[in-house]
Design a protein around this ligand. Structure first.
Ligand code: ADP
Ligand code: MG
Length: 674
């Protein structure tokens, strides 16, 4: 496949080449989605005889993979040769690779090992308008590198929207600003809010709206449907397959975990009209040609971090007006089109103008650790493009201190912190794997860490009555749900991840294989940092708890009573223990435990769920965190009885483990309280 030399981006090719000649070159490229920025700009650099490798930062893994495949094929090669990609846990690059599409912290970590970015000629920040956290931080670091060690390093930020004022100011007045208008056609926006009498689920609403549109306008071109996630996409696809009017369409799904074949089919050429049902990856990252109808649910799934409560949240949110406009624009790439917004105009007016930058809504601890390891001692005074909220920053610093990565006094990086920064995982899991390596059971915990990152080993819902679930892998003496999880994975591994064998057990073969691959990577990386060379030992429940505790002390929880699933978690938080957990077992369960997963989910209600629990003994808390373990006797005011009592209390931080009355209070203390 050769490149399309009629793409609008070629208008700026000559200007780009001359801008690249400057020392300290900083370039902002602004052109609408579909102009050819992501696929053509890196290739233009290469074709201009540019030396050094080209890194292209992508906010989404799916985009990194698809762009690398596309550009490799346009240049007549295989992905992984001249053009490759690197996302967390997946490297498709070789010694010949010149263009690397990368995500997340990949470049930031490379900066740790190689602060002057030897061999890197240019860094391109794609989709910069989306303001992803690692993009912001990496840009700040690269500016520093350019200023000090590498005036020949070229920095390019690309954006589809016009909000480049603040960026230009940040980059300085010498920045070259290249614009291409691109080509766009008018899009007619219609609001089609749900009708109460239909009581539709979002997928039914999509199908109903499309049927109505095609009935009055006929079919001309492809349709693109935006939904928040994989679940809604699957539901919509099956509803479409049942609709008579949709028989003439090819139907495709596009989301992060769809197979590469399906992803390529979704964006590829097609003679029949097609309907592509996608997440917001199709909003700006991936362009599908020939779309004339966009159907927008107006929703997206947004991962955030609630720094007040210290928990991750994954909720479905209303998209901003700016996102809605981007999505609508997808219908006007090749000719005039229509966008159906499945909400009311009034709802639209009430929406946020733009999505808040990620830096305002994520856990900063990994970035703070990486910055510290990169020699940035003063993270508060760092050259942030947009400073994070101070509360989030303080929380990250104090969490890293709890983990032992930063000194309690001067916040400097400790040896443990330095080792942790070399592990491409959240600080929590990095700490756990380092502890596991000391116990000689790194391989076991690598599986646990990998299972926590990847896709679930079990489907969301049982497909058949005979399917096994996590608790079927439990054994009587278990004290941790992770034991059953590892056994389930081992069962899949011993079948060599055979699809039929896994399916018979109700396990997801591909997810299990991926987990294994990731676990190997973790074992390799962390194994190198440890001085024990055998890591294959299987820990017992007590060891599991003690190793986990190094990284999960903020997830120590206690059931409010022996008979309930309602729990209190350190930090004054509340949650609901998973009912099938070993800890909830009426005979062998317990009250005190560690929640391996704590997440706010949106179902019928918003609840904080505590999953993958591990039983805990107080003595282990006291051994590992002696300073946080408090035993005291004293007077407290009992609200119920309205009197002062002497109580004996044991606490872990603010979590009351036990509190019982103990005779009469000393009179002076009682008087003080009253
Ligand atoms: P931009 O980054 O400016 O949004 P891209 O470089 O992603 O633009 O895309 C330019 C053109 O290349 C698009 O019009 C699209 O049709 C085509 N294209 C990009 N990736 C693929 C792909 N994986 N398969 C088919 N066409 C693609
Ligand atoms: Mg792009």
């Amino acid at each position: 496949m050769s490149r399309d030399s009629s793409l609008p981006i070629f208008e700026i090719q000559a200007d780009l080449e001359s801008a690249l000649e400057a020392e300290n070159a900083r370039i902002v490229i602004e052109a609408p989605t579909g102009s050819g920025k992501s696929t053509q700009v890196p290739a233009m650099l290469l074709d201009a005889g540019f030396e050094g490798d080209i890194y292209v930062l992508q906010p989404r893994r799916l985009a990194a993979r698809m762009l690398a495949r596309r550009v490799a094929s346009e240049r007549g090669g295989r992905c992984g040769d001249e053009v490759g990609y690197q996302v967390r846990f997946e490297n498709v690059v070789s010694r010949e690779t010149r263009i690397r599409y990368v995500t997340e912290g990949i470049l930031l970590r490379r900066l740790l090992e190689d602060p002057s970015l030897d061999g890197v000629g240019a860094v391109i920040f794609d989709e910069f308008h989306e303001r992803h956290f690692f993009g912001d931080v990496t840009l700040a670091r690269c500016l520093g590198v350019q200023k000090t060690a590498r005036p020949d390093l070229k920095l390019i930020a690309m954006s589809a929207t016009l909000e480049t004022g603040a960026l230009l100011e940040y980059l300085g007045e010498k920045t070259a600003h290249l614009q291409s208008k691109g080509r766009t056609y008018p899009v007619n926006v219609e609001y089609v809010p749900p009708k109460e009498r239909h009581n539709d689920a979002v997928w039914d609403h999509v199908v109903r709206a499309m049927a109505g549109f095609y009935k009055s306008h006929g079919v001309n071109g492809h349709a693109l449907v935006f939904l928040p996630g994989r679940h809604e996409i699957r539901k919509t696809v099956s509803a479409l397959k049942n609709a008579k009017w949709a028989k003439q369409f090819e139907i495709h799904e596009l989301f992060g975990e769809a197979s590469p074949k399906e992803q390529d089919a979704a964006v590829g050429k097609s003679n029949r009209p097609k309907i592509v049902v996608a997440t917001n990856v199709a909003e700006t990252s991936i362009t599908i040609d020939g779309v004339t109808l966009v159907v927008d649910s107006g929703l997206e799934r947004r991962a955030s971090f609630d720094s007040r409560r210290g928990i991750s949240t994954l909720t479905i949110e209303k998209i901003s007006r700016a996102s809605a406009d981007q999505r609508a624009g997808r219908a006007g790439r090749t000719e005039a089109g229509t966008c159906l917004r499945l909400w009311s105009e009034r709802d639209h007016e009430s929406r946020a103008e733009a999505t808040p930058a990620e830096i305002q809504r994520m856990d900063l601890s990994e970035a703070v650790l990486v910055l510290k390891a990169g020699g940035i001692d003063d993270v508060r005074g760092f050259n942030w493009f947009e400073a994070p909220n101070p509360q989030g920053l303080e929380l990250a610093i104090s969490w890293l201190q709890t983990l032992g990565a930063l000194d309690r006094g001067d916040e400097s990086l400790t040896p443990v912190g330095r080792a942790m920064s070399k592990v491409p995982l959240t600080p929590r899991f990095a700490r756990v794997l380092l502890a596991a390596a000391e116990y000689g059971c790194l391989d076991y915990f690598s599986v646990i860490a990998a299972a926590a990152q990847g896709r679930p080993l079990f489907p969301k819902q049982k497909r058949r009555g005979s399917d096994l679930t996590l608790s079927d892998f439990r054994e009587p003496e278990d004290g941790s749900d992770f034991q059953a999880l590892v056994r389930a994975w081992q069962a899949a591994a011993s079948s060599n991840f055979n699809r039929d064998a896994c399916d018979r057990m109700g396990l997801m073969a591909n997810a299990a294989r991926e987990t294994g691959r990731m676990a190997d990577q973790f074992s390799n990386t962390v194994g190198r940092l440890s001085n024990r060379n055998t890591q294959g030992r299987e820990p017992d429940a007590a060891e599991i708890a003690q190793v986990l505790l190094t990284g999960f002390s903020d997830r120590v929880a206690i059931r409010n009573s022996a008979g309930t699933l309602a729990c209190t978690v350190v930090g004054g938080r509340r949650g609901q223990l998973e009912k099938d957990s070993v800890v909830a077992d009426s005979k062998t369960g317990g009250r005190l435990f560690i929640a391996g997963e704590m997440i706010e989910v949106e179902g019928r209600d918003l609840t904080v769920k505590l999953n993958l629990a591990t039983k805990l003994e107080e003595a282990w808390l006291a051994a590992l965190f002696p300073d946080d373990f408090v035993e005291k006797t004293g007077a407290v005011y009992n609200e119920t009885n309205r009197r002062v009592e002497a109580r004996e209390e044991r606490r872990f931080r603010d979590l009351v483990l036990e509190s019982r009355p103990r005779g009469e209070p000393p009179p002076d203390e009682a008087a003080e309280l009253l």
